[in-house]
Design a protein. Structure first.
Length: 71
């Protein structure tokens, strides 16, 4: 699970993140971290829609090569 410090660093730097939810790349969410709670992260997509995602997913910079989902 991603820590508050990691989420804050992503938010402050405005890093475009990829949220890997499963083994299918088409199900990834790409956007910018805007807020979070104990169990959810809010990510703003390019379309400006906000999605709430579990903190248990893998969060990685979108510019890096994709890795598999968190185990």
């Amino acid at each position: 699970m991603i820590t508050d410090e990691q989420l804050n660093a992503l938010r402050v730097q405005g890093t475009l993140v990829r949220v890997v939810r499963d083994y299918m790349e088409q199900n990834d969410v790409i956007g910018i971290v805007v807020a979070w709670s104990e169990d959810q992260v809010m990510v703003r997509k390019k379309s400006r829609r906000i999605v709430k995602l579990s903190r248990n997913y893998r969060y990685e910079p979108a510019l890096e090569e994709r890795s598999g989902p968190a185990e």
